[in-house]
Design a protein around this ligand. Structure first.
Ligand SMILES: *Cc1c(COP(=O)(O)O)cnc(C)c1O
Length: 365
């Protein structure tokens, strides 16, 4: 008998998300540089907040996230009533797709865009539409040209993952202004904190009714393990998202940690400065070994190799040295490896290993 129990359309087209590898069999002294995590970990204030929250774990958490939203609003100069918190920004991305796209609708993402846009669009029954980038940079004209009357959402990450590139404020504004009236633009600011002085497009959100942003505590704040992200946008849109949000979607421990983290401005500055320093150092060191990369605005480097074989060989060599980086074939970048900017020791180990790999390859090909 064939089962008549079937999932909703689109769901079987989803290729499940595969995260960065976390361990290497048989290797010790392993450094994980495959998931863009903060090598310095969470701030002491966030750890202390989690300790203080632990004894209250039998209580349901706040369902309106008031205290965290107030803290975010204070730090970023936003209206707390137009912030929504999620179990990671992934959840906010899913809410957006669920609320605004369904069967027959199209959701645009860029060629090397973050995998969750496609997954969330399919989960909502909508059709993901991939738009080419120009030399690994978001192409506003290509996105505008790809819009149809069925388009409902456009996702861009700025800076983008896994390319590390970003487009300027004027380009983002031109995109927002050029979209058809039924299209909502989502600015994914997962890496916004790594760009000094960049607010991920707040002014544009305030000026228009068709732009929202998503943000996360998983990257610069070093809190990927507790799953907190947030979104900001026009009141009408945040109101819609709150209707489909589960009342207890963010745990009390996570809310407490995120609030302490966002208020710890000194730690944010420190992490940003360390990242900027070692990102530049690592990019220069790789370039000196013959491995170029685009200037990264995030906490990783997209290292480019001659071809897929060389990228695979280098990945294998790095693994043999206890270094886990990210293959990005699934992001249509078969000849590249995405390497998270680690701490000083990690960066020195990566640079030395890549130099040894490239040196060993010379003259043998
Ligand atoms: C890591 C990442 C996210 C979000 O992650 P959460 O942990 O779910 O907040 C969102 N967008 C991009 C582009 C990312 O790289």
């Amino acid at each position: 008998m064939t089962s008549q129990i079937r999932p909703q359309p689109g769901i079987m087209q989803i290729t499940p998300y595969v995260g960065g590898k976390t361990s290497l069999a048989g290797a010790d002294n392993v450094i994980k540089l495959s998931s863009n995590e903060n090598p310095l970990g969470p701030s002491d204030a966030a750890i202390e907040a989690m300790r203080r929250a632990a004894p209250n774990t039998h209580r349901y958490p706040s369902s309106d996230h008031r205290s965290l939203r107030d803290a975010i609003a204070l730090v970023h100069g936003l209206d707390a009533d137009r912030i929504i918190c999620g179990a990671g920004s992934d959840e906010v991305i899913a809410f957006l797709c669920q609320a605004y796209a369904g069967p027959g609708d199209e959701v645009i993402h860029t060629e090397h865009g973050f995998a969750m846009y496609r997954i969330s669009a399919l989960a909502a029954g909508a059709a993901p539409v991939e738009v080419p980038e120009r030399d690994r940079v978001t192409d506003v004209d290509a996105i505008l040209a790809a819009c149809t009357e069925r388009t409902r959402l456009v996702f861009i990450a700025n800076p983008n993952n896994p390319t590390g590139t970003m487009i300027g404020e004027a380009e983002v504004a031109r995109l927002a202004a050029g979209l058809p009236p039924q299209v909502l633009l989502v600015l994914d600011g997962a890496y916004a904190e790594f760009v000094d002085g960049f607010d991920s497009g707040t002014a544009l959100i305030e000026a228009r009714d068709n732009v929202v942003m998503t943000r996360t505590f998983s990257k610069l704040y070093g809190l990927g393990g507790i799953r907190v992200g947030w979104g900001y946008g026009p009141r009408a849109i945040i109101d819609v998202l709150n209707r489909i949000r589960g009342p207890f979607n963010v745990s009390g421990t996570a809310l407490a940690a995120a609030e302490a983290a966002v208020l710890d401005a000194g730690y944010v500055r420190h992490c940003r400065a360390e990242n900027t320093k070692w990102r530049g150092w690592l990019a220069d060191a790789l370039a000196a070994s013959g491995v170029p990369s685009d200037t990264s605005c995030a906490n990783f480097i997209l290292a480019r190799f001659a071809d897929q074989t060389e990228a695979e060989d280098c990945d294998a060599y790095l693994q043999s040295q206890g270094l886990i980086v990210r293959r990005v074939v699934g992001y249509k970048l078969p000849n590249a490896l995405r390497i998270t900017v680690g701490d000083e020791i990690s960066c020195r180990r990566v640079a030395a290993a890549v130099a040894a790999f490239k040196g060993a390859g010379q003259g043998t090909a």
